[in-house]
Design a protein around this ligand. Structure first.
Ligand SMILES: [Zn+2]
Length: 259
């Protein structure tokens, strides 16, 4: 009996050692394909947990604007845009071309061009591979959790195991996936996004106006209730200033799109 338990323990420990080694291996080389796989799993997770909006006006606007943006960019990959029932003005992107939009953001986007600003910003995060570089930059426990998830996705782990592991690494997801929170990434997504929308024939000056409306909303709400989107997309004067500086370039693209 004792020896059986003992060997069981050894088996148990060696199993974890093996996982540990796999984690160490994966930490050193997470590929973009694996990050895409994790993005798809996470989006599925969110769709199961969060209420999807039935608002046809929002849905149609998102379809219309995203289609026009992707077409202008010559993007032929698979994309999915889902509107979630949530009053907080937020939007997020996951690797693998998955974009979530909260119903609460429509009070700020208002027009097609306003929505194009948000969507092109999120598309830019995906196409510039911000999640991957964020993941590769992440260190320690969080990344280990991420790597464990990769193992689970690659193995035949049952769904419940994957879900509970997903919950455990939800905190990491916030840092690594949804919120490419470095200043450099935000700046790049803003500028590249503004060029995308200009190419699709949306006036890039509307991008500046959208961020100004966000700033106003923020001011009215007060700092303590700053929406998630703004906490991770710090909206200071320098950000709007950078957009204004890049506006002439985007304007030239806009003029070409009309001719
Ligand atoms: Zn962003």
């Amino acid at each position: 009996m004792k020896s059986i338990l003992h060997s069981k323990n050894i088996l148990f420990i060696s199993k974890y050692l093996l996982v540990g080694l796999q984690v160490l291996f994966l930490v050193s080389c997470i590929s973009s394909q694996q990050v895409t796989q994790m993005g798809l799993a996470e989006f599925q997770n969110i769709k199961e947990k969060q209420k999807i909006s039935k608002n046809q006006t929002y849905k149609k606007q998102v379809e219309r604007v995203s289609k026009r943006l992707l077409q202008a960019m010559g993007e032929t990959g698979e994309w999915e845009f889902v509107v979630f029932e949530d009053d907080t003005p937020n939007a997020f992107a996951l690797p693998g071309g998955k974009v979530g939009i909260h119903t609460g953001i429509f009070q700020i986007t208002k027009t097609d061009a306003g929505l194009a600003t948000v969507l092109s910003h999120e598309i830019a995060h995906v196409l510039q591979g911000h999640s991957l570089s964020q993941v590769n930059k992440a260190q320690g426990v969080g990344l280990a959790g991420l790597a464990i998830n990769v193992i689970l996705l690659q193995s035949d782990a049952d769904k419940q195991t994957i879900i509970s592991t997903n919950q455990a690494y939800a905190a990491l997801t916030q840092i690594g996936f949804m919120l490419p929170n470095s200043r450099a990434h935000e700046y790049e997504a803003d500028i590249v996004g503004m060029q995308y929308m200009a190419k699709a024939g949306y006036n890039p000056a509307e991008a500046v106006k959208l961020w100004e409306r966000f700033a106003d909303y923020n001011k009215k709400k007060g700092k303590s209730t700053t929406p998630e989107f703004l906490r991770t997309h710090p909206l200071d004067a320098s950000r709007i200033k950078a957009l204004r500086q890049e506006l002439p370039k985007a304007n030239a693209i806009y003029q070409r799109s009309k001719s």
